[in-house]
Design a protein around this ligand. Structure first.
Ligand SMILES: [Zn+2]
Length: 55
């Protein structure tokens, strides 16, 4: 029981924001803004702003 509480506190004090670097503009964006462009090899991982320009 005590273990569960301490785990919850640990999660709350550490905000988990995973960011990816756009391979086109070089900005760090959250995962939800990232898109992979599979028509490029190797696959290009860019933000949604850059995806629009690549289309
Ligand atoms: Zn970008």
């Amino acid at each position: 029981m005590a273990d569960e509480v301490s785990k919850k506190e640990d999660k709350a004090t550490r905000p988990l924001v995973i960011k990816f670097k756009c391979q086109r503009c070089g900005k760090d964006k959250p995962l939800e803004d990232m898109r992979s462009v599979t028509r490029f090899l190797p696959v290009l991982v860019v933000c949604r702003d850059c995806v629009r320009e690549l289309r």
